[in-house]
Design a protein around this ligand. Structure first.
Ligand SMILES: *[C@@H]1O[C@H](CO)[C@@H](O)[C@H](O)[C@H]1NC(C)=O
Ligand SMILES: *[C@@H]1O[C@H](CO)[C@@H](O)[C@H](O)[C@H]1NC(C)=O
Ligand SMILES: *[C@@H]1O[C@H](CO)[C@@H](O)[C@H](O)[C@H]1NC(C)=O
Ligand SMILES: *[C@@H]1O[C@H](CO)[C@@H](O)[C@H](O)[C@H]1NC(C)=O
Length: 236
């Protein structure tokens, strides 16, 4: 095929959009974001990186990518990337390589180009850090999702995770994680959106972060769409 015809074929397809994720650390401490791709999707940045206070990094995800981001804090890693974190650990390594963060972690979740982008902030696995998703560009609804309330200070005693010192609350478990009951996890006979309802525990999360998932069937107020956008994910 000659070059002209080859070029015409390329031009006849719409450009394939790869999304840029800007990870921004607005916390006053260093954080170590973790990135877990959905099954069958490629790793980004080997699944983990360090982000100094008030710094940001751009990462590119291919068309159709899905996965989740979370923040880890209070980490110490040696030169070979082994160590541990106060919250969000993914197996005592800097680069999570496909592993997820141990709950409780606040999650920023994405499914791109399906055929729109779907995104949400989920506290279904609990909360550790404030996190927001702000679409940049794109078309459609493209609402920002901001979960910026410090839930660690509002966390009921029975859900608190304390740091090494034993006094500071570093994360807040979901009732599902803490009590493993079907009515909190929406499992078993509660595996149905009309039966599994908000609880006194999930309501604490919903009040703090009204546009985030506070329990598994919280879809109506917690899932958002946009098309061909880039995304700012900010922590704190
Ligand atoms: C960071 O520190 C400043 C100054 O002490 C304070 O005003 C701000 O609220 C802190 N930010 C966070 C996210 O804790
Ligand atoms: C956009 O999303 C917000 C939040 O879900 C919703 O309140 C609003 O009605 C939506 N707007 C349109 C035009 O769909
Ligand atoms: C939630 O309700 C349960 C049972 O009704 C009760 O045992 C628990 O103390 C309540 N927790 C909070 C944080 O209100
Ligand atoms: C990061 O990506 C955004 C697009 O979302 C772009 O505007 C910005 O210039 C990029 N920054 C760097 C340093 O490449």
């Amino acid at each position: 095929m000659d070059f002209l015809h080859f070029s015409l074929i390329l031009l006849s397809f719409p450009a394939i959009h790869a999304a840029i994720f800007t990870l921004q650390n607005n916390c006053n401490n260093t954080i170590w974001p973790g990135i877990q791709p959905g099954a069958g999707h490629p790793l980004i940045s080997d699944g983990g990186l360090q982000l100094k206070p008030h710094s940001s990094i751009n990462l590119t995800a291919p068309h159709g990518w899905s996965g989740r981001f979370w923040g880890r804090d209070g980490c110490t890693f040696d030169d070979s990337g082994n160590g541990r974190c106060a919250t969000g650990d993914c197996g005592n390594v800097l680069q999570c390589k496909g592993a997820g963060g141990v709950p409780p972690v606040s999650l920023a979740e994405f499914t791109l180009d399906n055929p729109m982008d779907f995104y949400d902030v989920s506290l279904v696995d609990g909360y550790n850090l404030p996190v927001s998703i702000i679409p940049l560009g794109g078309s459609g609804n493209c609402s920002s999702v901001r979960c910026v309330t410090d839930l660690n200070v509002k966390c009921p005693d029975s859900l608190q995770v304390k740091g090494d010192g034993g006094s500071e609350v570093v994360a807040c478990k979901s009732a599902c994680t803490a009590f493993q009951k079907p009515e909190y996890c929406c499992t078993g006979e509660f595996n149905n959106p009309t039966i599994c309802k908000p609880t006194n525990y999930s309501q604490i999360f919903k009040e703090a972060c009204p546009t985030s998932y506070s329990y598994p069937y919280d879809d109506a107020t917690s899932t958002f769409t946009c098309k061909q956008a880039n995304y700012l994910i900010s922590f704190c």
